[in-house]
Write a new protein. Structure first.
Length: 379
């Protein structure tokens, strides 16, 4: 049996039935006021055989909007809309964490009701390299140009901390098994960690300890709502995505890993974002993290099932997160168990739209039952 299919227990005592995690994936189907809907509930329910689902990145504030039509968790209405999503996953014997997200400078005034995006220091020399997406009037989803951000005041940084605490409280009330704090991929928390993007001279800038202060304070705030053993943290120290340009990512990662060890988080989610573009850094990331963190390690970034199985079998990682494989294979866990062929995701439908490319991928059993059903050699 594949090591991916063995159970695992998180520090909180929360057990997962296998090591196959559905990675957080922005899908942009929340069409009204950031509200999850029935289509999204169906999408997550279809994939509830995962050991753990991590939801798509979910805005903690109306000032966080890197992708239009991403869901939110900053209003009570959004909290109530998440309840049936969680209920359907639980009814299907699944586990689900909500990923908490603030885009920071990765945004546009067009998505923020005319306001400038927030950032640590108002660094705007690279707007063409930032990934901001929106839906056009014709319904097609596309990249748009980022617009200049402005530096946050100290009071606004404190307000963001409160936003994360309030978001975690709403997530807990909605029934989520835990939350994941998104501190990766060049978004706000990652921006604060980088001395290139964060040139502040207050308590949130300068030394690595100060640059990590925002993440620490957010975790402390969330810890007032739920045990940190139910809180994961996603980091991507070497990510080129969104151009965070940390001049010493190894030192930053070592400090953050030690901090997360001391705080007792549920897991560290090591995202090898460069693995998406054929430039993997995962071995180096793992080596740095494991120098300070001995808890549950989740790995992600263009990994094959064989690579994931090896990482679990040799004890390097405890969980492996898959994204595109879960888009096209809602029954991914069953396909692993039965050694069935995998469907490849079509990039059309990744962002925006309706059921097409979202909930219409069949299980292997349904593929076989369809007229002219697929044979093993068809893939």
């Amino acid at each position: 049996m594949s090591a991916l299919l063995t159970p695992h227990q998180l520090p909180s005592g929360l057990s997962v039935k296998n090591r196959v995690v559905m990675a957080p994936m922005t899908r942009c189907r929340a069409k009204t006021r950031g509200l999850p809907n029935a289509l999204m509930a169906q999408y997550y329910e279809q994939r509830a055989s995962a050991g753990l689902i991590i939801t798509e990145a979910t805005n903690v504030s109306e000032m966080s909007a890197a992708f239009e039509l991403a869901p939110g968790i900053y209003t009570d209405e959004q909290r109530e809309a998440w309840r049936p999503v969680v209920a359907r996953v639980h009814a299907a014997s699944g586990r689900i964490f909500l990923q908490l997200w603030h885009g920071g400078r990765i945004s546009s005034f067009a998505l923020l009701d005319g306001q400038a995006p927030l950032s640590p220091s108002g660094i705007n020399d690279d707007l063409e390299q930032l990934q901001v997406w929106a839906q056009l009037q014709n319904g097609h989803y596309t990249k748009i140009h980022a617009t200049p951000s402005r530096a946050m005041s100290t009071a606004e940084v404190t307000e963001v901390v409160s936003c994360y605490g309030a978001a975690a409280k709403r997530a807990h009330a909605a029934g989520f098994d835990g939350v994941e704090v998104h501190a990766a991929n060049g978004y706000l928390l990652h921006q604060f960690l980088s001395s290139t993007i964060n040139t502040r001279n207050d308590q949130y800038g300068g030394s690595v300890e100060n640059r990590a202060r925002l993440l620490r304070e957010i975790l402390e705030q969330i810890g007032d709502v739920m045990p940190l053993s139910r809180v994961g943290v996603r980091i991507s120290p070497f990510a080129l995505y969104n151009n965070v340009r940390d001049p010493d990512p190894g030192a930053t990662c070592r400090y953050v890993s030690q901090m997360l060890q001391e705080m007792g988080v549920a897991y560290v989610h090591a995202a090898d974002t460069n693995g998406w573009i054929g430039k993997p850094d995962l071995p180096e990331i793992i080596e740095i993290i494991r120098g300070s963190f001995d808890g549950t390690l989740m790995v992600n970034g263009g990994l094959s099932l064989e690579q994931g199985d090896t990482l679990i079998a040799d004890g390097t990682a405890q969980l492996v997160a898959y994204a595109r494989l879960f888009i096209a294979n809602p029954d991914l866990v069953a396909r692993i168990g039965h050694q069935q062929p995998l469907t490849t995701a079509n990039s059309f439908g990744w962002y925006g739209g309706d059921a097409a490319g979202y909930t219409d991928y069949p299980t292997y059993a349904n593929e076989k039952a369809a007229p002219g059903g697929l044979e093993l050699g068809d893939f």
